[in-house]
Design a binder for this molecule. Structure first.
Ligand code: XMP
Length: 520
């Protein structure tokens, strides 16, 4: 894989920290392209990318452990600027003549550092004599720094909270500048890549778009590409970008499984056919899916059936249009980053996720994945750059199995219709309150539980609707959205009044973990 801006990039060596991805984000926000690579592949990646700077991530490991992750020798031998973060700083010390040992004063969470000397790393951000808030998370501490370095910041638990060798342009910070709890962290990282390493900010969505179009043309040649649209943002952005590159060599297949939200199929078809004039096969397969789901109540069985049926329908449609050599997918960067076992052993786990699982192997097609270097918010920016309506690119994520996993128990057409109505009222209220963009995902769930109520003078015995709304950065963890009582009460009243079959509404107060975002 070539990348759009090789030669002006930053290589991030991952030692297994939970927040390594944030380093890449901060660097990109500074307008510089960055790639995360497991530390064990550092030398190979260095040769391929020819980066202008290297950042070493944190790690749950200790440099004093046998078999602890090491900075690759080739990287240590270069003269490009290096910034070690937390474990990265400790490894830099440990491997170049300093000393690291267990700390009697572990620091986790918010801490304050005193800037004891100026340095190019801090230039324009922090000055000698100032005190600043940072985020720490370390057990070990540096006892001696390597020759050439000096301490430029100290904290209560870390006499070498930041170290600098301005001559060799090597730096270490014990705190985490990549997390938002280090308020000036993003500026420090930007300073490192643009001023210390001298990389001109050139990474932009416009540049990415132009470079990717060239790459897609080169990869595909005169071949045909098929793209499965899910109704989600990622596949839509991938399709529009590919269409810009190769025009009608691309055919999109939109499989409507009958488990979509209100108005969703119409929106996607309208956008692709009318707005972009992208060839689109719209398959209404709701009969097939709903018939296959009859009597199925186990969540995993539902998911497996839907995944399998999707592949069958997609494959049949692909055959009808004469097949294609390439399959386009909206795979994102978090799905392809290899997470590394921090012992550095061979047990490297590869999080390789395909949106339409199983398809490539079965259909023997090469993959076109133009978004594989992007994070979700970058895909949204690219979508806007490509002219997709902001309301479309800003939509909340929606799972492949759709409403089926929001209807615990058996999924019927009637249940889907009831849920769609409740869901659209809920979202309408969220939009009216101006809260849509503050929420990662909000949706209604239709429970297979009936409760007694009273409407007018009559007794009702209808289903319960649960409302869910969460905030999240990546869907891996989530907090509930704290609506005020008046808002929830308004939603409950409208749903019970306007949706036949629902007579009670509850709000889900469970964070993730221990809950998941979806109910199944
Ligand atoms: P959970 O429920 O695991 O969901 O907390 C995390 C995020 O992933 C979405 N999700 C899916 N997306 N296919 C998808 O494309 C799926 O099978 C699937 N299951 C969950 C979910 O909506 C949330 O954003």
């Amino acid at each position: 894989m070539t990348n759009p801006t090789a030669g002006d990039s930053v290589l991030i060596l991952d030692f297994g920290s939970q927040v390594t991805q944030l380093i890449a984000r901060r660097v990109r926000e500074a307008g510089v392209y960055s790639e995360i690579v497991p530390f064990a592949r550092g030398d190979e990646a260095f040769a391929r990318l020819a980066p202008r700077a290297v950042i070493l991530s944190g790690s749950p490991a200790s440099v004093t452990d046998a078999g602890a992750p090491q900075i690759p020798p080739g990287v240590l031998a270069t003269d490009v600027p290096i910034l070690g973060i937390c474990y990265g700083e400790q490894a830099l010390c440990h491997q170049t003549g300093g000393a690291v040992g267990p700390s009697g004063h572990r620091e986790f969470g918010r801490a304050f550092i005193d800037i004891v000397d100026d340095s190019a790393l801090f230039a324009g951000v922090w000055a000698k004599g100032e005190r600043h808030q940072v985020w720490m998370s370390h057990g070990d501490r540096i006892d001696a720094i390597p020759p050439g370095f000096r301490a430029v910041a100290v904290s209560e638990g870390a006499p070498f909270a930041a170290i600098a060798d301005d001559v060799r342009r090597r730096y270490g910070v014990q705190f985490h500048p990549e997390v938002v709890h280090t308020p000036d962290g993003a500026r420090l990282l930007a300073n490192f890549v643009t001023r210390v390493a001298g990389i001109a900010p050139g990474w932009s969505m416009a540049g990415f778009r132009a470079a990717k179009i060239g790459e897609i043309r080169e990869q595909v040649g005169a071949g045909k590409v098929i793209c499965g649209l899910s109704g989600g943002v990622d596949s839509a952005v991938a399709a529009v970008l590919i269409h810009e590159a190769i025009g009608d060599q691309l055919t999109c297949v939109f499989v409507d499984h009958g488990l979509l939200r209100a108005g969703e199929a119409e929106q996607v078809v309208g956008l692709f056919r009318e707005h972009y004039r992208i060839p689109l096969v719209h398959v209404d397969a709701s009969e097939t899916f709903l018939a296959g789901l009859a009597g199925v109540t186990d969540p995993e069985k539902k998911r497996k059936f839907i995944g399998g049926a999707f592949i069958d329908v997609f494959e049949a449609e692909a055959k009808k249009i004469g097949g294609a050599a390439f399959l386009a997918q909206g795979t994102l960067y978090p799905d392809v980053i290899e997470s590394v076992s921090f012992t550095g052993g061979p047990s490297v786990t590869i999080k390789s996720h395909h949106n339409v699982g199983g398809l490539p192997a079965r259909m023997n097609m090469a993959l076109v994945e133009p978004l594989r270097e992007l994070f979700k918010d970058e895909v949204r920016r690219l979508g806007v750059e490509l002219g997709l309506p902001p309301a479309f690119v800003g939509r909340h994520p929606f799972p492949g199995p759709g409403l089926a996993i929001r209807i615990p128990g058996e999924v019927t057409r009637e249940a889907c219709d009831t849920l769609r109505r409740a869901d659209s009222i809920y979202l309408e209220e969220i939009r009216a309150a101006g809260l849509y963009d503050a929420i990662w995902q909000a949706f209604a769930v239709l429970l297979p539980v009936r409760t007694v109520g009273v409407m007018g003078d009559g007794r009702t015995y209808d289903k319960v609707c649960a409302l869910r709304a969460v905030t999240s950065v990546d869907g891996m963890t989530a907090d509930i959205y704290p609506f005020d009582a008046a808002f929830l009460s308004r939603c409950a009243t409208r749903i019970v009044n306007e949706v036949p079959g629902i007579n009670r509404v509850v709000y889900d107060y469970t964070s993730k973990p221990p809950g998941t975002i979806e109910w199944e």
